[in-house]
Write a protein that binds this ligand. Structure first.
Ligand code: ADP
Ligand code: ADP
Length: 219
């Protein structure tokens, strides 16, 4: 079964004349990264929030492959607690959610290692660079061992060099941990670097095309 199946999803914001989503279909397979590319205002974020359960829908269905699917979201702004340490911020991802059963303290140490953040474990997040902070955001999301990771313009706020580094870092991480990722971006480079499949989101009707880019798998 696919990790995620979206069928005929419709959404019009209250007071808006035109729908933001008007019959969108989508399948996300286990272990793949689907990069959704499209212009600003085409409805990408609305679709992501709908999948996250943050937007009431006017129609359509969103089905997960796993009955008790775990989702985690990373947004453009890190949304971390600046005065808390890296370790504490990552641990919060596991503690303050209904899916505590998937969390234990050893997971935090494992994540610090995976993320390359062990040397900064006790450092307050406010002392980190933007790129390090966004790695902490990804770590916090992974603390619950999500089945599907939703990323909304995760690196857009970073400078181009850092953004490139984090894209390669995330690509390796996704391969290593066999992550299933739904990525929304308007950055073509990002979509090409990270996507196993790229969907071009053209507007409320959804995808104009979806294809598999030639990615050779080497860095
Ligand atoms: P994208 O992520 O592709 O930039 P969005 O999903 O943010 O697109 O927006 C899709 C459309 O819905 C746009 O026309 C936008 O102005 C509108 N929209 C998004 N969020 C809201 C909201 N909270 N209230 C009203 N309209 C919204
Ligand atoms: P994005 O393209 O990533 O969705 P935006 O700048 O379009 O970012 O939107 C930022 C925030 O403003 C989002 O929370 C979105 O829901 C809200 N928003 C976007 N368009 C509208 C709108 N027309 N009316 C009200 N809120 C909006």
């Amino acid at each position: 079964r696919p990790a995620l199946t979206v069928r005929g999803v419709r959404k019009t914001y209250p007071g808006a004349g035109a729908p933001a989503l008007d019959g969108v279909d989508l399948t996300l397979h286990n272990g793949e990264t689907l990069a959704v590319l499209g212009p600003s205002g085409s409805g990408k974020s609305t679709l992501l929030r709908a999948i996250a359960g943050l937007e009431p829908l006017d129609g359509g269905t969103i089905e997960f492959g796993n009955h008790d699917e775990r989702l985690a979201v990373v947004f453009q702004a890190p949304g971390l607690f600046p005065w808390l340490s890296v370790r504490q911020n990552i641990a919060l991802g596991g503690k303050y959610r209904r899916n505590r059963d998937r969390f234990d303290e050893s997971r935090v140490e494992e994540l610090l290692e995976i993320l390359g953040l062990t040397p900064w474990a006790n450092t307050p997040v406010q002392e980190l660079s933007g790129g390090q902070a966004q790695r902490v955001s990804v770590g916090r999301a992974l603390a619950v061992r999500p089945d599907v990771l939703l990323l909304d313009e995760p690196f857009s706020a970073l400078d181009p060099a850092t953004r490139g580094d984090l894209q390669l870092w995330l690509r390796d991480l996704a391969t290593e941990l066999d992550l299933t990722i739904f990525l929304v971006t308007h950055d073509v480079e990002e979509a090409l670097t990270l996507g196993d499949r790229i969907g071009f989101f053209a507007g409320p009707r959804g995808f104009s095309q979806q294809w598999i880019p030639a990615r050779d798998g080497t860095t």
